[in-house]
Design a binder for this molecule. Structure first.
Ligand code: CUA
Length: 333
């Protein structure tokens, strides 16, 4: 009788376990895997998932069996028999979860510690977050971009910081996530393995524009990366080496993540569409709007969203170039 009960419970457990394992395996619940680090992180996810499936199957087996075998008949109003605990069982169900949780913490700790070390020869990219845009600069060059451009199969160490509040850098396909904190530097290592374009997401609530604080990580093949880099360097040199090309400034300061501007190919919707609001404006208005954004708010928009730091960030020469570019690109459009 007892042996039969165990066989029945094991049967229920196996059926439930297999069903849940099939669901976990065939439903793509993780984002695409596009970095070496993602493979290690996913292994941790699967380790935890397999433990969860086993525990779920065990609980389901005991529950289903109890409902089935110990159901009270409709006319049975008696109290249940007075049972006072079971020391052996309590020791087991305390010790087993403790061992599992310890195993999970050790395994994930070892994996995470391993991912923090930048391999020798890693590229370096500096990442700067600000309300509400990312900008990326490439040490050893004066290249700055509004998108993170990486080369496939090359490890890169990102050094993150913030100009205002805490942001958090995350590309789901790379799995790695790191805070960008004002006044200090944090690091994260990424080795992209697939050419493509992925979304960079801010995952720390950082103000009104948090939800739209997005950019792209573009992973290029080796030849395309070199080509992109030399084009960027040539672009900087053409503008006098100081990076005072208006269009480049628009892009590198992240203006396009909030503003639509046809000439720069940006489609941001957080702030006013510059093609529309700047059509009949003069240099004075554009300059004031950059340095003191709340001086005049376009209808339908709110004050306090655009950073007030651009006046300090840009040199006078850069400011002039940006104002000129905005006027030229929106006049008579
Ligand atoms: Cu930056 Cu949220």
């Amino acid at each position: 009788m007892r042996k039969r009960s165990i066989i029945q419970m094991v049967f229920v457990g196996v059926v439930v376990g297999v069903a849940v394992a099939v669901v976990a395996y065939f439903i793509p619940w993780l984002p695409q895997n596009a970095s070496e680090e993602a493979t290690a992180i996913d292994r941790v996810y699967w380790f935890v998932t397999i433990i969860c499936i086993a525990i779920f199957a065990l609980v389901a087996a005991v529950s289903v069996y109890s409902v089935w075998k110990f159901r009270a008949p409709p006319d049975d109003n008696e109290d249940g028999s007075p049972i006072h605990g079971h020391t052996g069982l309590e020791i087991v169900w305390t010790a087993v979860p403790a061992a599992l949780v310890t195993a999970i913490s050790i395994y994930s700790g070892v994996v995470l510690a391993g991912l923090e070390n930048a391999p020798d020869g890693s590229r370096k990219v500096n990442v700067s977050g600000q309300q509400f845009a990312w900008s990326f600069s490439y040490p050893g060059t004066d290249v700055t971009s509004g998108q993170l451009v990486l080369e496939v199969d090359k490890a890169v160490q990102l050094t993150l910081t913030s100009k205002d509040v805490i942001h958090s850098f995350w590309v789901p396909e790379f799995r790695m996530k790191q805070d960008a904190v004002p006044g200090t530097e944090t690091h994260v290592v990424i080795t992209p393995t697939k050419v493509g374009t992925y979304e960079v997401i801010c995952t720390e609530l950082c103000g009104l524009g948090h939800a739209v604080m997005r950019s792209q990580a573009v992973v290029l093949g080796p030849g395309d990366y070199e080509k992109w880099m030399s084009e960027q360097k040539a672009g900087g040199a053409a503008a006098g080496g100081g990076g005072s090309d208006g269009k480049a400034l628009f892009t590198s300061n992240g203006c396009g993540s909030c503003h639509t501007l046809a000439d720069a190919g940006s489609t941001g919707q957080v702030g006013p569409n510059l093609d529309e609001v700047l059509k009949d404006k003069d240099a004075e208005f554009v300059r004031t709007s950059i340095m003191d954004p709340d001086a005049e708010i376009a209808p339908g928009f709110q004050p306090g969203i655009m950073p007030k730091t651009f006046g300090d960030q840009l040199s006078d020469e850069q400011l002039d170039a940006l104002v000129k570019y905005l006027l030229d690109s929106t006049k008579g459009g």
